[in-house]
Design a protein around this ligand. Structure first.
Ligand code: NAP
Length: 251
């Protein structure tokens, strides 16, 4: 086991990222809480500190190489070498193919794919030095294909390929890489989708739940719990996997 118990969670100001940062803090990690705007991270950081944990708010755009390096350097200097990385930052730019702009495509690719690549490249040095690490990438059931999400489903399928390659390249350094593919999770992201399709969030959620075997919507904590499993010292023989956390079978 590594001496360093420092995790980085991107997109951790709210939603799944915030729940994950809090859970990793409960598990004993100091957490670098990264999001676009440092001020937006304050709530997550305060919740962690109120629970007796340690956290640092860092503003960075994960799609920007310089900002990523600066953020990782800051976490390393102020909390210690990061050995857990959760690539969670995400955006939607949903549109049917004939209406999808190049900007819709590039924005989604840049945040999900380029962002996860840049973060993994910057953090791996610390993990290799520690001879221990855990990388968790947020994919989605949309990786299997989803109407109106040519950009997002491509990025989320791409993240599964990235995960498997990181697992192969980094395994010999005691580093695992895994992906979580959530189904419907109630967050601002699904609220925004409900708005886009002109439904109330309640109706949108009920429609989703009617298709979910466990008959409820997912919560950010459902995903945080799965991240906690992958980050655990005892999960070191689980690598290159994609786990669908969707209240039923998916893949
Ligand atoms: P969310 O509530 O929209 O939160 C996403 C966070 O990422 C926001 O705080 C956002 O910041 C941040 N972010 C966006 N672009 C960024 C960038 N370039 N650099 C740094 N941070 C950035 O989303 P969520 O529902 O918690 O989703 C989290 C992850 O799970 C995403 O990767 C998403 O694709 C995936 N996922 C979600 C669901 C679901 O049902 N909710 C299902 C499958 C997969 P701003 O607020 O400033 O934009």
């Amino acid at each position: 086991m590594t001496e360093s118990r420092v995790a980085i969670v991107t997109g951790a100001a709210r939603g799944i990222g915030a729940a994950t940062a809090k859970r990793l803090a409960e598990d004993g990690f100091a957490v670098g809480v990264i999001d676009l705007d440092e001020k937006q991270c304050a709530e997550t950081v305060s919740a962690i500190e109120a629970g007796g944990g340690k956290a640092l708010a860092v503003g960075a755009d994960v799609a920007d190489a310089e900002q990523v390096q600066g953020a990782v350097d800051r976490v390393a200097a102020e909390l210690g070498s990061p050995t857990v990385l959760v690539n969670n930052a995400g955006v939607l730019r949903d549109n049917m193919l004939f209406k999808m702009s190049e900007d819709d495509w590039d924005t989604v690719m840049n945040v999900h794919l380029r962002g996860s690549f840049l973060m993994a490249r910057a953090v791996q040095k610390h993990m290799v030095e520690a001879k221990w690490g855990r990388i968790v990438n947020l994919s989605s059931t949309s990786a299997l294909g989803n109407r109106g999400q040519a950009n997002y489903s491509t990025a989320k399928a791409g993240l599964q390929g990235l995960t498997k390659t990181l697992a192969i390249e980094l395994g010999k350094f005691g580093i695992t890489a895994n992906a979580i593919a959530p189904g419907f999770i109630a967050t601002d992201m699904t609220k925004a989708t409900a708005e886009r399709v002109g439904m109330s969030f309640e109706d949108f959620t009920n429609a989703a739940v009617s298709q979910i075997p466990v008959a409820r919507a997912g919560k950010p904590e459902d995903i945080a719990n799965t991240v906690s499993f992958f980050a655990d010292e005892r999960s070191g023989f689980v690598s290159g996997q994609v786990i669908y956390v969707a209240g039923g079978p998916k893949a």
